[in-house]
Design a protein around this ligand. Structure first.
Ligand code: FPP
Length: 230
């Protein structure tokens, strides 16, 4: 079983357009897939789930869609926080607070505070997240240290948003696109990538079980050689 699963939840707009609905209805339905994958990861004993909910590039979308996504996060937390807390889910945010409306930050902060001592699934919401921005932020923080530690992969990783989180073992991207899209650029170095053709709002238990089965068939070598010929 992977310890850390990261997901690029793509295809919401296409899901809606296929049904003649406004794009944002795809995001709304995508919220149900979010609930489903969180429950399933909890049941499977996965320790960390990171969801790409809003990227630093998503500010280029039309204003009303941005507004909708901001409000959807508030709505999601309002609806689901009590149940997530009951399940022992611990919520974290990965991303920058810049430009995010105060009311959104308030609801994220409340969710983080309420769940900080939980010991079940850790849910990392990548919200206003960009991989390059994260690396620049880390360099800035590294340089601000009064006595800088020697630079190594391990010491540098300690300045990323994911400082105390192990790298993802599995990256899932839905809707068939084969791109990383500025997601966890440093952390995905050795992740197994599984691209599902299914659009995010349709990605539920069966699809997730298929992806996990695919992951379990992979042989992870981390740059080494096959174990039997080692
Ligand atoms: C990409 O699909 C998806 C997003 C930019 C937003 C993801 C947000 C959710 C799934 C909403 C719920 C999430 C939480 C955590 C409350 P797209 O719009 O780019 O789809 P397209 O490629 O078909 O246009």
């Amino acid at each position: 079983m992977p310890v850390h699963v990261a997901v690029i939840m793509d295809g919401n707009g296409r899901w809606a357009q296929k049904r003649g609905l406004p794009r944002v209805e795809g995001h709304r339905e995508g919220m149900n897939s979010v609930r489903s994958i969180i429950n399933q990861c909890g049941e499977l004993g996965i320790s960390y789930l990171t969801l790409y909910a809003f990227s630093t590039e998503n500010w280029k979308r039309p204003g009303p869609e941005i507004q909708f996504l901001m409000n959807l996060l508030i709505e999601y937390l309002k609806k689901e926080l009590a149940e997530l807390h009951r399940q022992g889910v611990r919520i974290r945010m990965l991303g920058t607070r810049e430009r995010v409306p105060e009311k959104v930050l308030k609801s994220i902060d409340q969710a983080i505070a309420m769940t900080q001592n939980n010991r079940g699934l850790q849910l990392n919401l990548a919200f206003n997240y960009g991989g390059r921005r994260e690396i620049l932020d880390a360099i800035e923080r590294f340089c601000q240290q009064p006595s800088r530690p020697p630079l190594s992969e391990e010491s540098f990783a300690g300045f990323l948003y994911t400082a105390d989180i192990p790298d993802p073992d599995l990256l899932i991207r839905t809707s068939g696109e084969m791109r990383i899209s500025n997601f966890l650029l440093w952390q995905l170095a050795y992740a197994e990538i599984v691209v599902s053709p299914v659009l995010w709002p349709d990605f539920r238990e069966t699809e997730m079980a298929g992806v996990i089965a695919e992951f379990q068939k992979r042989e992870r070598r981390f740059g080494g050689v096959e174990s039997k010929s080692a």
